[in-house]
Design a protein. Structure first.
Lengths: 115, 112
């Protein structure tokens, strides 16, 4: 299966600053990557679909100007949380989903704390 | 729209015993894929087992097996000979063409 590396694993930032999270597909050319948010003791909520070379597709209720996604290559997608606020504190996970008959491969996740 | 429902927020099982986690889903499609993922305290998502809807035979992976009832849209996970390392959140998931939809999860406790 694909190996997905997500960085950083933990980050603490001050309110009002921006934070960038990287998701790399190490051995799989991913035209599409997915970003999820997970609140404590809850399920994964799909935020957006990152498409290589084009604009990301955001789920309803997710602010695209708040969560900037860039997918400049087949192996890298980035999520930037702009002007972070304490309510943005959460666990963010990226995934690469292969062909229809394969499972999703997940990064290790990033725990963001905004203080 | 497709939905995935896990009706058991938490479950406990004695070590070495068998436990079954429930999952139901709703879809109008005939061809799809279902998964069970495990999320241990490290929060790394790990695939446990996968089932193709066109296959009638239930998938098995060592101590893990599923009971796939397509007509009933049910996809339960059975864990045999439960081990302490099985303690985790378990998510049932449905695969569409462009995304995976997760249930709310079941937290499994293993009692020594």
């Amino acid at each position: 299966g694909a190996v997905v590396s997500q960085h950083p694993s933990r980050v603490i930032c001050k309110s009002g600053t921006s934070v960038k999270i990287e998701c790399r597909s190490l051995d799989f050319q991913a035209t599409t990557m997915f970003w999820y948010r997970q609140f404590p003791k809850q399920s994964l909520m799909l935020m957006a679909t990152s498409n290589e070379g084009s604009k990301a597709t955001y789920e309803q209720g997710v602010e695209k100007d708040k969560f900037l996604i860039n997918h400049a290559s087949l192996t890298l997608s980035t999520l930037t949380v702009t002007s972070a606020h304490p309510e943005d504190s959460s666990f963010y996970i990226c995934s690469v989903q292969g062909l229809r008959n394969t499972e999703a491969f997940f990064g290790q996740g990033t725990r963001l704390t905004v203080v | 729209a497709q939905t995935v429902t896990q009706s058991q927020p938490e479950m406990s099982v004695q070590e070495a015993e068998t436990v079954t986690l429930s999952c139901t889903y709703d879809t109008s499609e005939s061809d799809y894929y279902l998964f069970w993922y495990k999320q241990p305290p490290s929060r790394q998502m790990i695939l446990v087992i996968r089932q193709e809807a066109y296959k009638q035979q239930n998938a098995t992976e060592n101590r893990f097996s599923v009971n796939f009832q397509k007509a009933a849209k049910s996809f339960s996970l059975k864990i045999s000979d439960s081990q302490l390392g099985d303690a985790a959140m378990y998510f049932c998931a449905y695969r569409t063409d462009d995304k995976i939809i997760f249930g709310k999860g079941t937290r499994l406790h293993i009692l020594p």
